[in-house]
Design a protein around this ligand. Structure first.
Ligand SMILES: Cc1cc2nc3c(=O)[nH]c(=O)nc-3n(C[C@H](O)[C@H](O)[C@H](O)COP(=O)(O)OP(=O)(O)OC[C@H]3O[C@@H](n4cnc5c(N)ncnc54)[C@H](O)[C@@H]3O)c2cc1C
Length: 314
């Protein structure tokens, strides 16, 4: 899918603009075809300039954080993919205030704040995403989530940079307004943390890490595939349906955790999607519960709704 030269993007980024960049290495699943055009954004300004360039060149665009909650199709993505490498953050220990660029890695922010006795982001050490991706997903674990600590975020919306208060994101369980308004991009996020003893915060970090090691697979994947339906655990439903260990091509429903599909050897997006469809069908038939993906399925022209997936073959 070779693109003709996009003048505005070429003007702004020159040789930093890449063509046909394979996206698999930019995702935790290690799956995905090429981006027609690709920019690794190093700063908030880069993100804004890249979006402005794509708009001027009449191209669709998509911001990717750490790629830890997406399944990208083998056919790749048309238009511009902006990989968010704007990853700086500062910590004001006295005020408990953490200011992150949106590409800041959640495990680094979680570990560094816990080390100095700031509490509220210990759970983030096990989540291999970015601060921006976390704001989009309302990422969370072990009873904590982004919405508990977010004060405000700098966003790009309607062609302008604005500071939005946390409540404007309408966070709920693994959801936010940003999943409905894709024109809004997170450039930075400010978190308010509490004060505790470093022994306490580091002990929590250790116990969360141990819990993950004991309960989750290490093969490439994207964490939980499905949201937990109200009152249920998606992993337990998949387990009770006897689906753990089911394999399609190089993709496997983890024998260790039913809500994890992992890439155990050159899996394709079609392999993973087949298991997503299968789990949805069997769980619906057995328990009358419709599982909703937590991961985002991304095809050549954008995000794919789970209802568009083809039925699983036996
Ligand atoms: C091993 C493993 C364990 C995990 N455990 C957990 C867990 O316990 N809890 C949990 O909540 N999640 C978990 N996840 C999922 C994932 O890490 C989180 O959802 C994370 O918040 C995604 O961030 P990201 O930067 O990787 O987003 P990406 O996957 O890069 O992007 C996800 C979506 O957000 C959009 N997006 C990304 N950045 C921005 C931005 N700056 N502005 C606007 N839109 C943006 C993308 O376009 C895409 O639509 C896990 C994943 C893995 C691989």
């Amino acid at each position: 899918m070779k693109s003709s030269t996009p003048p505005a993007l070429e003007r702004s980024f020159g040789s930093r603009l890449r063509y046909d960049e394979p996206l698999g290495p930019h995702t935790s699943f290690r799956i995905g075809g090429p981006a027609e055009l690709f920019i690794a954004a190093r700063t908030r300004d880069d993100i804004v300039d890249a979006i402005a360039g794509a708009v001027a060149d009449g191209l669709p665009w998509l911001v990717l954080g750490r790629g830890s909650n997406v399944l990208i199709d083998e056919q790749g993505i048309r238009g511009l993919v902006i990989r968010n490498d704007a990853s700086g953050f500062t910590i004001d220990r006295e005020a408990g205030l953490v200011r992150c660029d949106s590409g800041a890695r959640l495990p680094s922010v979680g570990a560094q704040t816990a080390k100095i006795g700031l509490t509220g982001l210990e759970w983030a050490v096990g989540i291999p995403g970015s601060a921006g991706g976390g704001v989009v997903m309302n990422a969370g674990a072990h009873g904590g989530c982004i919405a508990d600590v977010l004060v405000s975020a700098e966003v790009w919306t309607n062609g302008a940079r604005v500071i939005a208060a946390a409540r404007e994101f309408e966070h709920a369980y693994r959801s936010s307004r940003l999943q409905r308004d894709r024109g809004m991009v997170v450039l930075g996020a400010d978190f308010q943390l509490g004060s505790a003893s470093p022994e306490e915060t580091l002990a929590r970090v250790q116990s969360f890490r141990r819990h993950r090691q004991d309960t989750q697979p290490v093969d490439p994947g994207a964490g939980s595939i499905f949201r937990n339906p109200p009152g249920h655990s998606a992993g337990a439903l998949i387990d009770q349906a006897g689906l753990k260990g089911t394999r399609r091509g190089g993709a496997l429903i983890s024998p260790k955790h039913g809500n994890f599909i992992v890439n155990v050897g050159a899996a394709t997006s079609a392999d993973v999607r087949a298991l997503v469809s299968l789990a949805r069908e069997i769980v619906a038939a057995r328990f009358g519960i419709e599982l909703q993906p937590e991961i985002e399925l991304i095809g050549p022209t954008g995000r794919i709704d789970a209802s568009q997936l083809t039925p699983a073959s036996p």
